[in-house]
Ligand binder design. Sequence first.
Ligand SMILES: [Zn+2]
Length: 314
Amino acid sequence: MDDSLSMLQALATTPCRAAHHAPSLGETSTSVPHLEVVVSLPTRLAATASPPARGRIYRACGCRDNRRRLYGPRCPVLAADPEHGSWAFAVDLPSPDGKRSTCRRTGHPTREAAEEALGLLLTGENTGVYADPHLRTGDYLEEWLAARRTTLQPTTWAGYHDSVQRFLLPAFAGIRLVNLRSRHIQEWQQSQLALRGRPTVYRAGSTLRAALQAAVRARRLPYNPALHAIIKRPTAAERTCWSPAQAAAFLRHNHTFHADQLADLFEVMLGTGMRRGEVLGLHWADVHLMDRNLGGPSCGTPWSWVVPGGVGCC
Ligand SMILES: [Zn+2]
């Protein structure tokens, strides 16, 4: 980028080289007072909207000299072979001790990719947000899940894990996180609504929203593309409580016709009012038989027996 800019400046100040040159394909004509100056620019660079104002873009490779030192941008093969090496950027960043600190990143397939990465780095420097241009959404979601495992309730984490594995990774794993947009999420939701229930789609979408919000909080994304893209939470149907007679009939029916091995589990649910996820998420440490209650750190709410052998409500 800087090379092209300096070339532009050099040509603008040396009219004798350019004055007799007729414009051809891929060239830009620039008017300056009293002089028509023709500037040769690579077509693809001319098409770039606004390259970053700082730093420089160059090609580099991993070749080494006889003393095992990296050639970097000085490799002789780079000039002969346009496919050799990759695009890189370097930019000076302020450092706490006031000394010059140069940030270099190589491995970009094209000049435009290197410019984009440099632009993101400079935006990060200005705003405090650094969005890694290489990070895939799938890798981020896996990382987020692993980090939340110790801080979430086991049942909540299991729900997130299920949504990520079944719905989010198949849809978004390959998209770079910085390129994920609201329209991607909305299109995915519409396709999902044709296949499965609204609560399932909402649950997967709200998992994505929570994961991306964590990235915003960690200043790894400038904004959350899922924030306003997720469908509204479906309203739950109104629930009615079973009477003790209905609950007893349910248990008797299960026992008679299904030889139900989960009868104890159903009795606990009926006796305490615990939900399915809560009762399945119970650990032995949560079971306090002498205190007649269930609950603890992994369960959240303590649940007490209502009546021995009796029936709870809701
Ligand atoms: Zn080389």
